[in-house]
Write a protein that binds this ligand. Structure first.
Ligand SMILES: Cc1cc2nc3c(=O)[nH]c(=O)nc-3n(C[C@H](O)[C@H](O)[C@H](O)COP(=O)(O)OP(=O)(O)OC[C@H]3O[C@@H](n4cnc5c(N)ncnc54)[C@H](O)[C@@H]3O)c2cc1C
Length: 408
């Protein structure tokens, strides 16, 4: 049976970054499984712009050289503050070729505990043994569908993450649910593709990030308000950028600031693109019933809509039990709060040797973990922890083999 020291499951920004940092430590046999940038490629719409600014969109490597600018994938939009999704996917692939060239694209179908480590089963049934497992499989399993829409045919209702090409709705009438960036940007792209679009938002108003855009243009003053990682409102952004401080705040404050930092909001630059799209605020859907190949929607003010399709921009809720590859027994041993694993300072769960990166780490380290900008902190800390433990793994031979990475 093939064996390795560390298995990284997932090849998005977090898995690639962790792979890059761990590989820089001589002596560790690290395997990274998964299709490079698959979530960005398949579950986000063509034409999307990253909401994060360019300087907060680097995937971290230990020498800090594999940056978006260094990748030379900027092309004609290199000087623009906004990064196009196709450029970001190209960048992720380039990063992978530089840092983890021997990635294994196979899917992991099962992770279970085994003597002195874990047993990893791949999609073609090959089985690996690994001492440690880093789960970096992102949010696609967490797409949230409100109960009114559960059980309806996919031809009538989908999640925004189900689409890459929104052009297929040209000429159709669609009702987008949700006033966050995904819902609003999907609405803009649908409108531009020729669909008849309306947006329904539960909140009393859409939160546009226009004021924050102005505060970002104050030159050096902006730096006092916003950390370059740019997650969270003015001031709070500096706290969010320091996960080790954030995690020491009282739990209630962490929860409040965490929610505030990722509340449903639309980038200011979407506003003009939605000028001709009706947005109904302060309303929610009470029923959705298929009628003659279309969907009849009733809102809580009693009004009705008849539409061809409803894309749900209703976000994601972390629940690691929805990662189908974690064996039940293993999952049962992971201490969790509302579906999120409780992680220690080295991203290790209550199961020794099992780590979680990305959105599942946000309960323990704050909202930075939901963004690419969090890869620097997460990869550095998980690598440190693993190296420290690795030195104690076995004999002194091992101690000589494992060396801290440069700038680690
Ligand atoms: C519409 C939208 C816009 C966003 N915009 C931004 C933005 O502007 N800036 C930002 O920082 N973040 C943005 N995000 C958040 C973004 O999703 C995360 O920052 C980023 O994807 C986190 O990286 P990750 O590696 O945790 O997850 P992912 O990018 O989702 O990567 C997970 C990887 O795991 C692989 N995988 C899954 N299951 C398995 C398995 N069983 N076996 C092997 N591999 C597996 C997948 O193939 C994928 O490659 C956005 C999210 C959405 C939905």
């Amino acid at each position: 049976m093939p064996t390795c020291d560390i298995t990284v499951v997932g090849a998005g920004p977090y898995g690639l970054s962790a792979g890059a940092h761990l590989r820089a430590a001589n002596g560790l046999d690290v395997r990274v499984f998964g299709e490079t940038m698959a979530f960005w490629e398949r579950h986000m719409p063509t034409g999307m712009l990253l909401r994060s600014p360019r300087e907060a969109s680097d995937i971290s490597d230990p020498k800090r050289v594999l940056t978006l600018d260094a990748a030379e994938v900027g092309g004609d939009d290199r000087l623009s503050a906004r990064v196009r999704i196709d450029r970001f996917i190209q960048y992720g692939r380039w990063f992978q070729q530089q840092a983890v060239p021997d990635i294994d694209p196979r899917k992991v179908t099962r992770v279970e505990t085994d003597t002195r480590g874990f047993r990893i089963t791949l999609e073609d049934r090959e089985v690996w043994k690994s001492r440690r497992v880093i789960v970096a499989t992102g949010i696609s399993a967490f797409a949230w569908r409100p109960s009114e829409f559960v059980g309806l045919p996919v031809s009538l209702v989908s999640h925004t993450s189900d689409h890459r090409d929104l052009g297929r709705f040209a000429g159709e009438k669609v009702l987008v649910i949700g006033g966050g960036q995904s819902g609003l940007e999907s609405a803009a792209l649908l409108h531009e593709a020729g669909a008849g679009v309306e947006v329904v938002v539960r909140a009393a108003q859409v939160h546009w990030l226009s004021r924050s855009a102005k505060l970002h243009r104050l030159g050096p003053m902006s730096r006092l308000l916003y950390h370059p990682t740019d997650v969270g409102p003015a001031g709070v952004s500096h706290l969010v950028a320091r996960p080790n401080c954030f995690r020491r705040l009282p739990r209630r404050l962490q929860d409040r600031l965490g929610l505030r930092s990722i509340r449903a909001a639309g980038a200011g630059w979407l506003r003009p693109r939605l000028r001709d799209v009706p947005i109904t605020t302060g309303r929610s859907v009470v029923s959705a019933v298929p009628v003659g190949g279309r969907l009849s929607i009733t809102l809580d003010d009693g009004s009705d809509r008849r539409v061809d399709h409803v894309p749900l921009g209703t976000g994601y809720r972390v629940d690691i039990s929805r990662y189908g590859f974690l064996a039940e027994e293993l999952l049962g041993s992971v201490r969790q709060i509302n579906g999120s694993p409780c992680l220690d300072a080295g991203f290790e769960s209550s199961v020794p040797g099992l780590y979680f990166l990305g959105a599942p780490a946000a309960w323990s380290f704050g909202p930075l973990m939901r963004f690419v900008a969090g890869t620097a902190f997460a990869s550095r800390e998980v690598t440190r922890r693993i190296l420290r433990n690795a030195i104690g793994w076995e004999s002194s031979e091992r101690r000589d083999e494992v060396k801290l990475p440069v700038n680690g």
